[in-house]
Every structure is written in C-alpha cells, then in structure tokens.
Design a protein around this ligand. Structure first.
Ligand code: CO8
Length: 372
C-alpha cells in the first residue's frame, strides 16, 4: 500500500480577540438589561431572571481564556450580541474562502507545493457559508488549481475525516496531491445571549497538504500509519436550522445556534475517543510509551487531560498533549490541526503521535502519525 504523508500545514488567525473578561462584562450588562426589562414578570414569578456569567467558571470548566474572531464589532454590544458584517456580493469571495486562501498558501509553502501540483481540494468545516457552488471550487479558482474540489462536513471531525478522504483518494488513484482546508467561521453561530455556551467558540482556518511519500519534498512530513473513523448518533450537540426551515409555520422558530448538553457530551464521548485511539494503536502494535505527542481536539482542557491520561497511562506533561484552547477557544474541526501546526517541532524521525478530533455526530477521527 502506498505510504501517505502530511507534508505541510497552515494557519490563518484573525487579528481581533475577545478575552473572557470582555465577554463576561458584556453578557452581564445584557443580563442587567434583560432583568430590568422583565422586572415585573420576574417579581411575579412569571419570568426567569437571568444569572451572571463568570470568568472563573469559564476558565475552570473549559480552559478557555480568550478567542479570535473575524468581526468583533457587535458581539460585545449588549443590545446586539452578534458579529456585525456586510453580506458580500457574488463577485467577492466569502469570509470562509478568504481565510482558506491564507491558510492554504502557508501549507503549500511548507510542503514545497505550487497550485500546479495540487489536483484535489477538500473544504471541510462545521458550517458552510452557502450550500453551493461549493466553497472549495471558489478556492480552487482563486489558487489556480486544476482537477476537482468538494466541501464536506462532519462537524468537529471534519478535518480528520477529510485527511482520511484525501489519503484514500491518493491510494485509489483519483488524486496525487490534496489540499485540505478547515475554515471555521464559528462566531455567527454562537448565541452570545446564552450563558452556557457564549464563551465556547472562536474563528480560525487551518490547512494541510496530503500526498504520497514518493512525491514529498517537504522538510518535515508525517507518515499516516493508521486511520480510524467512528460515528455514533447523538442529539446532545445540535444545530437545527436547515434549508427547509422557511416552509414550517413553527410557533417556536428555530434559530441557527449551536446547542449542546455539555456534561453529557463530556461523559459519553470520552470513552468512545479512548476506545478509538486505543483500538487503532493496538491494530498497529503501538504501545503508549511510543507516543511522543497527542494533538487532540480542543473543546475542553479537562477532557483533553483525561483522554491523554487514559491513552498514555500516566499524568500527561503539557508537551505531551499541547493545548491551544486558552487563546483560540473551541475552533471546531480546526482545533487539533492548530495544535499539530504549532507543536509539531521537536519530534525525531520514527517518533509516533496521535492526531484526534471528536465532537458532534458523535464523531471521532483518529490518525496515527510517524515523523518521516
Ligand atoms: N458562568 C457561570 N456559571 C455557569 C456558566 C457561566 N458562563 N455556564 C454554566 N454555569 C453554571 C451552570 O448553570 C451550572 O450551575 P448549577 O450547578 O447551579 O446547575 C454549573 O455552572 C455547571 O454547569 P455545567 O454542568 O454545564 O458545566 P460543565 O462543568 O459541564 O462545563 C462545558 C460546561 C465547559 C460546556 C463542558 O461541559 C464541556 O466542555 N463539555 C464538553 C463539550 C464538548 O466537547 N463539546 C463538543 C462541542 S464542539 C463540536 O462538536 C462542534 C460542533 C460544531 C461547531 C459549530 C461552531 C459554532
């Protein structure tokens, strides 16, 4: 079987940031406004008063301290509480494509590849700004890539599932060099009026180049030794908006927000994650002490420490399972790729590592990698 490698990675980080302190101050202003507006109903027991959010809770429960966003304006205004930005016309690439161009260029430079070398682009993310034409095809045109492109969505596991699709396309002979991009423009889907989830997400884009080892000229590449993908249906992480929504005369109109039962997700998903990683390690006869790094999905610090401890069989050191959550927050499918991109140095030839995503679906995508 052909040996497939990840030969480059790229990252686009929006310049604007929102700290927990800023976010909580704005949320608490919103709470004051809301509770004042509904004071009479609240005192009559007819309306639930909202409670303050807290920076201490957010950092302790999630590990998040700050997040990057494409458009900060509007998010912190207690009378708006969503990003404010102009709808772009047909001749202007949408934000997701723009982010993907920047991340793609860095990944291509790292992999020593030009647009002429690439023959497949996969845009894999939790949301697409439009259903069609595929965002990946617009990116293809901007980069000047021939061949074909498609979009795909497996929520937080979009990147690992796309890398596995890329490897299969190369092995199957339908592509030679694949560009995978993960533009996660999450902030428009965040309900900044919801105390349980207003702190969770940030915007970012990652990119990777996948190719056969025989064509790789990159200074650093990782061979994909094994891939294991698993899904198991759950309603605990959902978004309920779809293209049929306008057809329903629903008295409780659906809103396009992310919602989850965080504690249930934590409890139900972790055993699946551990089982997927350990099963793939066993099938490749890799022992925990051979693993030099875990690039894990970035949703929750406690979840990552728990997963790393289970996989390694000991308390993980910070460098065993690097975290980017503190400054990026949860960036859906891009999280594990940011960790990979920022913390892939310091490994030696033959060192083994795990790249693993987990999230809505449920979905788990695990790649066992070896530094070439
Ligand atoms: N401030 C203060 N207190 C709060 C706040 C807040 N902001 N929020 C909740 N609390 C309170 C609650 O009311 C509760 O109070 P009480 O005990 O009195 O009832 C208490 O704090 C504890 O609440 P929780 O049980 O909800 O808190 P947890 O400790 O479980 O932490 C987390 C919440 C951080 C959400 C945690 O459960 C978690 O991270 N779970 C894992 C979730 C996860 O991994 N999800 C994956 C989602 S990502 C994904 O799949 C991508 C989907 C597509 C992305 C779309 C882009 C937008």
């Amino acid at each position: 079987m052909q040996n497939i490698v990840i030969s480059g990675s790229g990252l686009f980080t929006p310049t604007e940031t929102i700290s927990n302190e800023e976010l909580v101050a704005s949320y608490n202003q919103y709470v004051d406004l809301h509770n004042r507006q509904h004071a009479i109903e609240i005192s009559a027991g007819l309306h639930q008063a909202l409670e303050y959010s807290s920076t201490e809770f957010i950092e302790k429960a999630s590990g998040i301290k700050s997040r990057h966003v494409l458009y900060k304006e509007g998010i912190l205004d207690p009378t708006i509480m969503h990003p404010l930005f102009e709808k772009r016309d047909e001749n202007t690439p949408p934000e997701m494509v723009e982010m993907a161009v920047a991340a793609a260029r860095e990944a291509m430079a790292q992999a020593n590849k030009t647009a002429e070398d690439i023959d497949l682009i996969i845009c894999a993310a939790s949301n697409m700004q439009r259903p069609y034409p595929a965002l990946s095809i617009e990116l293809q045109q901007i980069l000047g890539v021939k061949g074909y492109a498609f979009d795909m969505n497996v929520a937080c596991s979009s990147a690992t599932f796309a890398i596995s699709n890329a490897a299969n396309a190369i092995r199957g002979g339908t592509a030679k060099v694949v560009l995978v991009v993960n533009p996660e423009f999450a902030s428009p889907q965040v309900d900044y009026k919801n105390r349980d989830s207003h702190f969770i997400f940030g915007d970012v884009c990652t990119a990777t180049i996948i190719e056969a080892q025989s064509s790789c000229t990159s200074e650093q590449a990782f061979s994909i030794l094994g891939m294991r993908l698993q899904t198991s249906f759950s309603n605990n992480i959902r978004c309920d908006i779809g293209y049929t929504e306008h057809c329903f005369s629903d008295t409780d109109p659906k809103v396009p927000f992310f919602k989850q039962q965080g504690r249930k997700v934590f409890k139900e998903l972790l055993p699946i994650v551990a089982d997927v990683i350990q099963s793939e390690m066993a099938s490749l006869d890799i022992s925990p002490d051979q693993l030099k790094r875990l690039w894990l999905h970035q949703a929750n610090i406690n979840m990552n420490i728990f997963a790393a401890k289970k996989i390694l069989g000991r308390d993980p050191l910070p460098e065993d399972a690097p975290l980017v959550l503190d400054s990026y927050a949860n960036t859906a499918s891009a999280g594990s790729i940011i960790a990979f991109h920022k913390y892939k140095t310091g490994l030696r030839k033959g060192d083994k590592a795990v790249l693993c995503s987990f999230g809505a679906g449920y979905s788990v995508g695990c790649l066992i990698l070896e530094q070439c």
